[in-house]
Write a protein that binds this ligand. Structure first.
Ligand SMILES: NC(=O)c1ccc[n+]([C@@H]2O[C@H](COP(=O)([O-])OP(=O)(O)OC[C@H]3O[C@@H](n4cnc5c(N)ncnc54)[C@H](OP(=O)(O)O)[C@@H]3O)[C@@H](O)[C@H]2O)c1
Length: 305
């Protein structure tokens, strides 16, 4: 496929690389829907919130602090409420779950969007490598804590990445979740994004027999604050090629918004989506036994926190 065709063609859903979050929600009224989005103050999460609010949804936007979340939420063109949810701090995640419950929200979709990438040096929370803890464990706690708040047809969307292909052999290095036995920034990011994919897969399995659905998403390559840990040369390079090879935030937010609200996503439940269409992930991301093991290990980790 030529580059031009890749950027302009549409897949089976009618959407493609160049579709924006506004386009994948065109004509949809989200009035009466409540959608929780983590990472509402930056990048594609912020754009997803803007578009969901524009279409009439009540957005529950989370950020590391209530102040950050509220500051973002007041800018959205509709109803939005900010909540604190520092994903690397279990007490903050539990506080977010408690606050959402106390406010009586019944949820139509959760978009696990927040994330960090390629920390140059090993950092940890509660003894676990920080990307695994933030990107996976934090969201695992949040979603499992809110399961009772989900409406009958609700959807859970987990942001993964093509970076999942950089995960270690076997997918998840269960014997090195601390990073102490070796740490490589890209491998650790890849492992956390593999965990995001496996979490969505296991969740879809657990939703079987219900009308709830789960999806994993690669948003595309978008120039956001996510690249803050890349070296300055690489960042300048990204900025230079950006207009040609990077998605805009509108294009980057499209697939997560598509998965969360578009009726055409429903037959694709349980899939890994990119450009608002099904994409084949690395083989171990489809390993049901691995997904079940990660769920069990995550439960053990969370119980001990
Ligand atoms: N951009 C890309 O090319 C790309 C490609 C593949 C996948 N993704 C995925 O897309 C998602 C969104 O990324 P983005 O590009 O929009 O990045 P971004 O602009 O850096 O936004 C990331 C969001 O996550 C929040 N966050 C980070 N650590 C957190 C923590 N410990 N607790 C709570 N919130 C935290 C950030 O809050 P602060 O602003 O306070 O740090 C920010 O709101 C991520 O999951 C990323 O892995 C992005």
């Amino acid at each position: 496929m030529s580059l031009f065709a890749m950027f302009t063609s549409a897949g089976q859903t009618g959407f493609g690389y160049g579709s924006t979050a506004e386009q994948v929600t065109e004509g949809l009224s989200l009035a009466g829907r409540t959608i929780l989005v983590t990472g509402c103050n930056s990048g594609i999460g912020q754009e997803a919130c803007r578009v969901l609010a524009l279409r009439g949804a009540l957005v529950l936007g989370t950020a590391r602090t209530k102040e950050k979340a509220t500051a973002a939420c007041v800018t959205f063109p509709g109803k939005a409420i900010g909540y604190a949810c520092e994903l690397s701090d279990p007490s903050s995640v539990r506080g977010c779950v408690a606050a959402v419950k106390a406010d009586g929200h019944r949820i139509d979709a959760i978009i696990c969007n927040a994330g960090i990438m390629m920390l140059p040096k090993l950092e940890k929370s509660h003894g676990y490598e920080l990307q695994f803890f933030t990107n996976h464990i934090g969201h695992f706690m949040l979603v499992t804590g809110l399961l009772d708040q989900l409406k009958d047809e609700s959807r859970v969307v987990v942001l993964s990445s093509e970076g999942h292909r950089q995960a270690p052999a076997g997918g998840i290095a269960f014997d090195n979740l601390s990073g102490d036995k070796g740490y490589k920034p890209l491998t650790a990011y890849g492992q956390s994004k593999m965990a995001n994919l496996l979490f969505a897969k296991e969740l879809q399995g657990r939703f079987s027999g219900t009308r709830k659905t789960a999806y994993a998403v690669h948003p595309g390559v978008v120039d956001t604050n996510l690249a803050r840990n890349l070296g300055s040369v690489l960042r300048r390079g990204l900025a230079a090629i950006g207009p040609l090879f990077l998605k805009s935030v509108g294009e980057g937010a499209a697939t997560e918004v598509f998965a969360a609200v578009n009726p055409k996503a429903l037959p694709l439940a349980g899939s890994y989506l990119s450009n608002s269409n099904v994409e084949k992930p690395r083989a171990d991301a489809e390993d049901a036994a691995l997904a079940a093991r990660l769920w069990a290990e995550s439960e053990k980790i969370v119980q001990a926190l």
